[in-house]
Design a protein around this ligand. Structure first.
Ligand SMILES: O=C(CO)[C@H](O)[C@H](O)COP(=O)(O)O
Length: 291
């Protein structure tokens, strides 16, 4: 089938290649002319035969909103927009309603696989009506990993991004657990080769996983991670997971703690620990460290 793909960055660029390798005709548009197949969104839409399927793979928030706004003007009734970025699931219903005003369908697709997806495939969590999802299915089949798993039609519009958000919340907590275990092993006098402990866990253990394999890759590059600063950014999905947990009164202690650990990583010093130190000093005369 024919697909228009908007956003040819680290994810979109490789996805274009994987879909092409499966025999489909992909026309890509990116603001960067060096990677783009066409000069504008209007030209992309013009080159696609109707009914069109256009996959949006741009950063969540303003960039996705403005792309949806433009597509609403350019596309026709019967066309479908797929949002494959990491959009907040609450944006999906809004986008679906806006596009539906002109008879344009909407599907949300959470995509996992990172820079390895070109070769390994992309896990897909999809939301939308059966009718709209069926029209995009050949592209989902091209992107998904080989084998029985890696694709789910999770429910109505929003369900794909909600599932991907929870996936990323789990990702946060798993990474935090490996990171904490690694720090403790590094701190212990008795363990002489932490990297080999991690490597040994890759087979036979209860905690083997792709994230563990990637941790071993990272330790092979830089055994004690000396070249890195202990600073971790976040793109929003961890925060949204915690917000959804509050809305649903679901306790998420591990995921919440892993999000807060990232916030702590961005502080040069801890203001709250200054207060703890001051209070211990006030009530018990306990020693403080001064700057
Ligand atoms: O979707 C992903 C992996 O599944 C992204 O890599 C993820 O969004 C990164 O998120 P964060 O910047 O919050 O760690």
């Amino acid at each position: 089938m024919q697909l228009g793909l908007i956003g040819l960055g680290k994810m979109g660029g490789n996805m274009r290649e994987r879909i092409r390798r499966a025999g489909h005709d992909v026309i890509g548009y990116d603001r960067n002319p060096e990677v783009s197949d066409v000069a504008s969104l209007a030209e992309l839409v013009d080159k696609l035969e109707g009914p069109r399927v256009v996959w949006v793979m741009v950063p969540a928030g303003g960039a996705t909103q403005s792309t949806v706004d433009e597509l609403k003007e350019l596309l026709s009734a019967g066309d479908i927009v797929v949002d494959g970025g990491n959009s907040r699931w609450t944006d999906d219903e809004k986008h679906a309603a806006e596009l539906a005003e002109r008879g344009i369908g909407f599907v949300d697709a959470g995509v996992s696989g990172g820079v390895w997806g070109l070769e390994n495939g992309y896990a897909l969590m999809v939301g939308g009506s059966d009718e709209h999802v069926a029209k995009v299915k050949p592209v989902f089949d091209a992107l998904k990993p080989e084998g029985d798993f890696g694709y789910v039609h999770a429910g109505k519009v929003g369900a794909g991004h909600f599932s991907k958000m929870v996936h990323n919340g789990i990702e946060y907590a798993m990474m935090q657990a490996y990171a904490e275990g690694w720090e403790l092993l590094e701190a212990a006098d008795s363990v002489t080769d932490v990297r080999e402990v991690f490597r040994s866990w890759q087979e036979g253990t209860v905690i083997r996983s792709w994230l563990l394999d990637l941790a071993v890759n990272a330790l092979d590059d830089d055994e004690h991670l000396d070249q890195l600063r202990g600073f971790a950014a976040d793109s929003g999905e961890g925060r949204w997971t915690v917000e959804a947990a509050i809305d649903n009164a679901v306790p998420l202690p591990a995921i919440t703690a892993s999000l807060f650990a990232r916030f702590a990583s961005r502080q040069e010093d801890s203001p709250q620990m200054k207060m703890i130190a001051a209070l211990r000093n006030q009530f018990g005369g306990h020693a403080v460290e001064k700057k």
